[in-house]
Design a protein around this ligand. Structure first.
Ligand SMILES: Nc1nc2c(ncn2[C@@H]2O[C@H](COP(=O)(O)OP(=O)(O)OP(=O)(O)O)[C@@H](O)[C@H]2O)c(=O)[nH]1
Ligand SMILES: [Zn+2]
Length: 544
């Protein structure tokens, strides 16, 4: 865990103090808008509201009419006039200093996106926290279940495992040096690194509202497929990574569970870096984001001085098998899968694609790498080294390097980032048009105009955040994922495809189409002619 030096804290505090002076000088306009001197209210403001919306009925709370109380609520929640957007020249608005990619946290600065009174005037990010969930937060405030002044508390929420510590790949302020542009590498360390700024109540009465965009925790996972693999002898119980589940009432064989560490990551985009990654200008990126989100974020246009954007899109989760600190240790073997969400298969087991079997296979490969060799094998090798006259150090070294680490990165990019609604439309077209492999990618393109919107160029950021510097085993056939990772500077030593026995009955179409389009295969060749012959089942064929 990085410890921020006294000097850094003093620097942050002095920055805060000068900001406070700027705040005090602010005009009445912003003052009215933000109520900056009022202390946080202990209870949610406003009353719970009834669904009678506008009808003149009595409120069960205080006997007033519902329409009256709705208007009062609105006034009490939003007393100022609506401010549609801000401008850099606006009096009193001065974003908190932020130098993306700087090594020193005091220079880098925190990402501040909150609209709480203590923070609104120093916001240095456009958008809202928690991606698409920000809408639910708005709803909670409107419904009276969340106090709009509530400032989250982070006591005892710090990471329980040694995952993602500041390292070289976090730093770099331009071009190829900038390895991370779509998440905040300091996101999980916010409460510790900026603790003083968060707690210093002399700032706006509340302290700055700086929120973690990443959280790290530990868990046990339990999958039926892993029980089966243990029963078949393809995985072993080591008592450390794979554990026997304690028997519980009424269950004959409770199976196994697996120790994992995991991290949830919200997207944070540094716009100049994102534009650079895609080889477009920052102004084009901003304009496209503004126009094609229905003008949702005017500050993309009016605040060119604010470079960070919190997009309303899904984030990612990383599951780690074995010691998480091994991820950044080049002497340890790493097995990795980068997986894009497919709810139909991952959760509900749909047979039209290979997503779930590939995911489960990857989890097993990760576990096998984390466990290293079977204890019997290690013992046999220790014996062999001993017999051949090896020293005690040589014998003990046998065990070293036996354990590796595995990671599965799970991105919320459903339907190749086109969404599930589009995906089902594509499925209908495929099934009605004769589901042959030669039409596989074309079908998506016919519905959506493109076959894929995942933009894998941003995907390796999470690997750099974890400090990964090489991948021994990559469980993916995707050439797009491979190219993005290797181009970002992380070599991949071995790739492997999904074993044929794991391909569900209706998914050969997908696999053949992928191989023909450039996905990796260890052996199979597929020609354009072959593609016409690989067909999926029609709906009628499976409806008995
Ligand atoms: N739009 C669309 N999305 C699909 C279709 N079939 C699967 N998906 C989505 O594709 C994503 C998975 O990508 P795949 O193409 O199966 O595989 P990949 O991630 O490119 O490559 P691998 O790493 O080898 O699995 C998930 O988000 C699925 O929901 C389809 O026909 N149309
Ligand atoms: Zn799928």
């Amino acid at each position: 865990m990085p410890v921020v030096s006294e000097a850094v804290l003093t620097q942050i505090l002095s920055q805060l103090q000068s900001l406070q002076v700027a705040q005090q000088e602010m005009g009445a306009k912003l003052e009215a808008l933000t109520n900056s001197n009022s202390p946080p209210s202990p209870e949610p403001r406003g009353l719970p509201i009834s669904r009678t919306n506008g009808r003149q009925t009595k409120s069960p709370m205080n006997g007033s009419t519902i329409t009256d109380s709705l208007q009062e609520r609105e006034k009490s929640l939003y007393p100022g006039r609506v401010l549609l957007t801000t401008y850099p020249s606006q009096h009193g608005i001065l974003p908190f200093n932020l130098t993306w990619g700087a090594e020193d946290p005091a220079v880098r600065g925190p990402v501040i996106c909150s609209r709480l009174p203590s923070s609104i005037k120093v916001r240095n990010a456009i958008g809202a926290h928690s991606g698409s969930y920000s809408i639910y937060r708005a709803l909670s405030i409107a419904m009276g279940s969340l106090d709009p002044m509530y400032k989250p508390s982070y006591e005892m929420t710090e990471p329980p495992v040694d995952l993602a510590v500041p390292c070289k790949s976090w730093y770099g302020t331009e071009g190829k040096n900038m390895k991370i542009v779509s998440l905040d590498p300091w996101g999980h360390l916010v409460p510790s690194v900026w603790q003083k700024a968060i707690q210093d109540k002399s700032v706006g009465g509340l302290g700055l509202d700086i929120r973690p965009s990443i959280s790290v925790t530990k868990a046990h996972i339990k999958l039926k497929e892993l029980d089966d693999s243990v029963n078949r002898g393809e995985l072993f119980v080591d008592g450390k990574i794979v554990l026997n589940t304690a028997p519980f009432e009424g269950v004959l064989d409770p199976g196994v569970e697996v120790n994992v560490s995991k991290a949830a990551v919200d997207p944070i985009w540094y716009l100049p870096g994102v534009a650079d990654r895609f080889g477009i200008s920052e102004s084009l990126l901003r304009r496209a984001l503004f126009e094609d989100t229905g003008g949702m974020y005017p500050e993309l246009i009016t605040r060119p001085d604010i470079k960070v954007f919190l997009p309303p899109i899904g984030g990612l989760t990383v599951y780690i098998f074995g010691n998480p600190s091994f991820l950044r240790d080049p002497s340890k073997i790493l097995t990795l899968r980068v997986h894009d969400e497919c709810n139909g298969s991952d959760v509900f087991g749909s047979d039209i694609c290979t997503c779930k079997p590939y995911l489960v296979y990857a989890i097993e490969e990760c576990i096998r790498t984390a466990q290293g060799r079977h204890p019997d094998q290690i013992q046999a090798e220790r014996e062999r080294v001993k017999q051949s006259g090896g020293s005690e150090v040589d014998v003990n070294n046998v065990e070293k390097g036996a354990e590796g680490v595995g990671a599965v990165v799970y991105f919320r990019k459903e339907g190749r980032a086109l969404g599930e609604v589009t995906k089902y439309l594509v499925y209908n077209l495929r099934k009605r048009g004769g589901d042959s492999a030669d039409r596989y990618f074309k079908s998506t393109e016919m519905v959506a105009g493109v076959k894929d919107m995942r933009f894998q160029a941003l995907m390796p950021d999470v690997l750099h955040w974890l400090g990964i510097n090489k991948i021994d085993n990559m469980v993916s056939m995707s050439d797009m994922k491979y190219d993005a990772i290797v181009e970002s500077g992380i070599p991949i030593l071995k790739r492997y495809d999904i074993p044929p026995h794991l391909i569900p009955p209706d998914s050969q179409v997908e696999i053949d189409a992928k191989i023909a389009s450039g996905y990796f295969s260890s052996g199979k060749q597929v020609t354009q002619e072959d593609l016409k012959k690989t067909v999926g089942r029609r709906w009628e064929e499976v409806e008995h």
